[in-house]
Design a protein around this ligand. Structure first.
Ligand code: FES
Length: 91
């Protein structure tokens, strides 16, 4: 069975593309929703506070911003159980 994300500990083994000096040819698009995850064009590596680096090779990776995901840092749609921010702020 395929995992939703290709997660593995990459340590610090990142290699810049040859001849680019590590600089990308294009900007990476990041899309923020109002109450959901941050969507990032993949592949993407996420550096965690504990020093691990996890990677997703999907075309778009969904990074959890709500902190409820059981698959953190990846969104598992747990944010849908929370009331929308507009309702939380009104209380
Ligand atoms: S943003 Fe979706 S589970 Fe946190």
């Amino acid at each position: 069975m395929l995992n939703e994300h290709d997660e593995r500990d990459e340590g610090d083994g990142r290699c810049p593309e040859p001849g680019t000096g590590g600089r990308r040819e294009h900007a990476v698009r990041v899309t923020l929703g109002t109450d959901g995850p941050m969507l990032i064009e993949g592949p993407v590596e996420v550096a965690l506070p504990d020093g691990r680096v996890v990677r997703s090779d999907r075309f778009t990776a969904a990074v959890c911003l709500c902190g409820l995901s059981a698959r953190y840092p990846w969104c598992d749609t747990s944010h849908r159980r929370r009331p929308p921010r507009s309702q939380r702020n009104a209380q």
